[in-house]
Design a binder for this molecule. Structure first.
Ligand code: SF4
Length: 437
């Protein structure tokens, strides 16, 4: 295909999966724009004739969604509605040979780290000068900041190291350049993400440097909210908690996937930590950073999980009263350590256990929210919907946590602005309030 023809075409990028995939799509988007391509992200107009799907290959549901999306556009290509179809991202990285055989209508499959090759195929040059610069697909006022790629951890259930490779930290300087670029373009909230953010620096600087990184980001004028995601419990860098406590522009919030609590399961999952040390860590986080909101993720139904293990998990969720809990049902993934085990927990039991945990957490979330009635919180407003302005407190991350609703009839705020909100009502997972003039 002649390079020239591609430029007159229209490209639509489809992103599936996690925030790390969103960042990859934003980098691709920026590169194509800088090459003067007519490109959009998640356009609903169906007027693009070249489709790039950035897939997710994490667990069953996500894989199925990626395959369904590829098949949908493969059909559109057969029907002549589109000319070219390219697939990249984790599913493509993990199953390229199988996908090439099963869905040959795709023009080319690329891996997670093959951006230059994808650009070359489209007739675009990889612009090094763009490193650190990126067009956002999120609202301009918040952005994901990927501080590293890959993961060195041996978690039994996880296929991410297969798809993303070994842990590679970005340098302090590259990250600072990226944050300055984002802030210059109006971003106020920086969501620090990685596969394992607490591993930051070990590969590059020979030591855990998350605390220093958070300080450096916090020093950047205009970074009003900095939020830490994907912290790993084992060998947790305690000095990071001091920085979170001391810096006003670092949200009193931490996302720390624990996955389970029983010693039997933590050992089987190869998490490198015990129940006792996990409980101590949660206590230390709360002691060192008063009022911090803790988000975690848990897995129900991992091979070997007994009724007793699950009771321990329920008891932990009941007593730890964490602010935000997400739960996955175990997905049997070939190529992982757990993939070599017998998937001995029936699917319906997995789902029952996940539902039980969410029921417990719903009660805890409701109680935590009730305590917020009458209090005033700084809220960052994300959107206006159904006659309400909707935002989040520093204790809530976009897409996954609670929201604050303010009636648009009696209140006004610009999207992307902060405002102080007095909470007047609370539901299990959201807050309602009025803006304090
Ligand atoms: S820390 Fe564990 S669960 Fe997270 S990406 Fe790495 S291997 Fe997967």
């Amino acid at each position: 295909m002649k390079t020239k023809t591609l430029k007159q075409d229209k490209i639509n990028i489809i992103t599936l999966g996690c925030s790390k995939n969103i960042v990859d799509s934003e980098v691709l988007f920026s590169q194509l724009k800088a090459n003067d391509f007519n490109v959009e992200h998640e356009s609903k107009k169906e007027d693009a004739n070249i489709i790039i799907i950035n897939t997710c290959g994490f667990i069953d549901n996500a894989k199925q969604e990626s395959i369904d999306t590829i098949l949908r556009f493969a059909e559109a290509k057969q029907d002549g509605k589109i000319d070219k179809l390219f697939v990249t991202g984790c599913l493509s990285q993990r199953y390229k040979p199988e996908l090439e055989k099963e869905i040959p209508d795709v023009d080319q499959y690329f891996g997670t780290l093959h951006l230059p090759q994808l650009l070359k195929t489209l007739g675009a040059d990889y612009k090094h000068e763009l490193i650190g610069e990126r067009l956002l697909t999120t609202p301009q006022h918040f952005a994901y900041l990927k501080i590293s790629e890959g993961c060195d951890r041996p978690c039994s259930f996880c296929a991410i190291p297969i798809m993303r490779g070994k842990h590679v930290s970005k340098s302090f300087e590259q990250i600072e350049t990226e944050v300055k670029g984002l802030v210059k373009n109006g971003t106020k909230e920086i969501l620090v993400i990685a596969q394992d953010s607490t591993f930051y620096g070990l590969d590059l600087y020979g030591d855990r440097k998350l605390a220093e990184l958070l300080s450096r980001i916090s020093d950047i004028e205009g970074a009003d909210w900095i939020r830490l995601h994907y912290a790993y419990p084992s060998q947790f860098p305690m000095d990071a908690l001091d920085v979170i406590r001391e810096r006003n522009n670092i949200c009193k919030y931490i996302d720390i996937p624990l996955q389970h609590i029983s010693d039997n399961m933590l050992k089987t999952m190869r998490r490198g930590i015990t129940k006792k040390r996990t409980l101590e860590l949660v206590d230390t986080i709360r002691q060192k950073v008063s009022g911090i909101a803790i988000r975690t993720t848990l897995i129900a139904g991992h091979p070997g999980e007994t009724e007793k293990d699950f009771e321990e998990l329920c008891e932990f969720v009941e007593t730890a009263k964490l602010d935000r809990v997400g739960i996955f049902t175990y997905s049997h993934e070939e190529g992982t350590h757990a993939g070599t085990m017998i998937d001995d927990v029936p699917q319906e039991v997995k789902e029952e256990r996940a539902a039980t945990i969410m029921d417990i957490q719903q009660g805890i979330s409701a109680a935590i929210n009730q305590q917020k009635i009458g209090k005033t919180f700084k809220v960052l407003f994300d959107r206006k919907e159904d006659g309400q302005f909707i935002g989040r407190t520093e204790f809530d991350s976009p897409e996954v946590d609670n929201e604050v609703m303010v009636d648009a009839k009696n209140n006004y705020v610009r999207i992307g602005d902060f405002a102080d909100v007095k909470i007047t009502e609370a539901t299990d997972f959201d807050l309602i309030g009025t803006i304090i003039k």
